[in-house]
Unconditional design. Structure first.
Length: 94
């Protein structure tokens, strides 16, 4: 589990949140596969998929419980801070 502080709040379940928890135990294999399908459906072709910033953003959105559009609207520094632990998770697992 990792806490990430965002410079700009994001709406989670109707509330503005600036600190988000990335709890990887919330993910299932189905979530990971669905995230790949979602990334591929918008043209993501990176191999391996877990190295894609878009895929990592989709995973972050799934963990937090928001839409990918919400994640993509974050300032770049927040986006990078949010997806870096996702990348680390996959690179350590792979």
């Amino acid at each position: 589990m990792e806490m990430i502080h965002l410079s700009k709040p994001i709406k989670v379940k109707g509330e503005d949140v600036q600190d988000v928890c990335l709890d990887f135990d919330k993910l299932t294999g189905k979530d990971i596969i669905a995230a790949e399908a979602q990334a591929r459906s918008v043209g993501e072709s990176v191999v391996p998929i877990y190295s894609s910033m878009r895929y990592q953003g989709i995973i972050a959105a799934k963990i937090i419980g928001v839409k990918m559009d919400d994640i993509e609207e974050l300032p770049s520094k927040d986006y990078i801070n949010l997806i870096t632990p996702i990348a680390n998770f996959f690179f350590k697992a792979g």
